[in-house]
Design a protein around this ligand. Structure first.
Ligand SMILES: [Zn+2]
Length: 339
């Protein structure tokens, strides 16, 4: 069921949309921009359902035939545009699914709505093919272009669309959502929310992923044990991390770990620890280390992220990062000498 009440955050955009619907100032083309999992599709679906609702209000009635068929994903005048043959939306896709279809008038609905889910995959030629439709759309035609990357859209496309940029939610709002939907326990919810960086979709994915929980346990156990390791153990650990080579989210977990250690070191108060389920280990590590050393570790993780982002060698990057984490992890001279 798609309703505006379901959408968390971005209230200002929703108000604008509802105002436009109320005043019947509907544009023929909108761009909805936001990172993955931020609710672009939910918003687009809710707009489409509202515009097609037979009662014509600023929110779907959920009772008319239009609303009910929309909820079963069988609405005859709402179309989802996606690549048919390749991973990108080419000229053929745009021509067959949008341009030609839009020329045929709808039967009963007030509009004919096209939702392009990954508009940033439109080729330049496909975007150029769409221009004429954007310049002279039929009265009933509405295009909703969803994108996580505005730069991929031509200025000529953007200049003909109303652009709405979704903002990330606060960690507190995401945490509240997970708790409200019983998707996580209190302590976990705070971690998932922080990790999701304002994206409800990402938070839901993490909360329901056993793989994420397993990775988190594994990575934090490795980081906690670093101080007891010698050089060959550390090099072996770098090799073990190869299992996460395709999913470099584990670096964010390490980053979050040291962020918690530093926060506790500075404030000596557990309320500033995000990963409260690991608070004893975090407090212990904070006691063993100097503030500067923790800051150096955070920097080492950041540098590793940067290195991998430019296709640096995974194994070498991990070795260097782990050695830096180990190097500054203790003031104990003997521990350093194991290198
Ligand atoms: Zn309705």
């Amino acid at each position: 069921m798609y309703t505006f009440e379901e959408i968390i955050g971005n209230e200002w955009i929703i108000k604008q949309i509802q105002y436009a619907i109320e005043k019947k100032h509907i544009s023929h083309a909108y761009v909805i921009q936001g990172q993955q999992g931020m609710g672009k599709k939910l918003l687009a679906n809710t707009i489409a359902k509202t515009l097609q609702c037979q009662r014509g209000g600023i929110t779907p009635c959920n009772e008319c035939i239009s609303c009910r068929t929309f909820d079963t994903k069988n609405h005859t005048d709402v179309f989802y545009v996606s690549p048919q043959k390749k991973k990108v939306l080419g000229v053929e896709d745009v021509r067959e699914q949008i341009i030609e279809n839009m020329q045929i008038k709808q039967y009963q609905s007030p509009f004919k709505i096209f939702i392009v889910e990954k508009a940033d995959t439109m080729t330049q030629a496909a975007q150029n093919a769409l221009l004429k439709t954007l310049e002279e759309p039929p009265d009933y035609g509405i295009l909703l272009l969803l994108t996580s990357n505005m730069d991929a859209l031509l200025p000529t496309i953007l200049s003909r669309c109303v652009v709405w940029k979704l903002r990330p939610l606060s960690a507190h709002a995401v945490e509240g959502y997970l708790l409200q939907k019983h998707m996580a326990q209190k302590e976990e919810a705070a971690v998932f929310a922080e990790y999701a960086q304002g994206s409800i979709g990402k938070a839901i994915e993490i909360a329901s992923s056993e793989a994420f929980s397993a990775m988190r346990e594994d990575v934090t156990a490795k980081i906690c044990s670093l101080q007891q390791k010698n050089l060959s153990d550390v090099l072996f650990m770098a090799k073990e991390l190869e299992v996460y080579k395709e999913n470099q989210q584990f670096l964010d977990l390490i980053y979050l770990w040291y962020r918690d250690v530093l926060a506790y070191k500075k404030c000596n108060d557990i309320k500033y620890i995000i990963q409260k389920d690991k608070k004893h280990h975090i407090m212990q590590q904070a006691k063993q280390e100097q503030e500067d050393a923790i800051a150096e570790k955070i920097n080492a993780v950041w540098q590793a992220k940067q290195q991998l982002a430019v296709n640096g060698n995974f194994q070498l990057t991990m070795e260097v990062m782990l050695m830096k984490l180990k190097e500054s992890s203790s003031n104990d001279r003997n521990c350093r000498d194991t290198f």
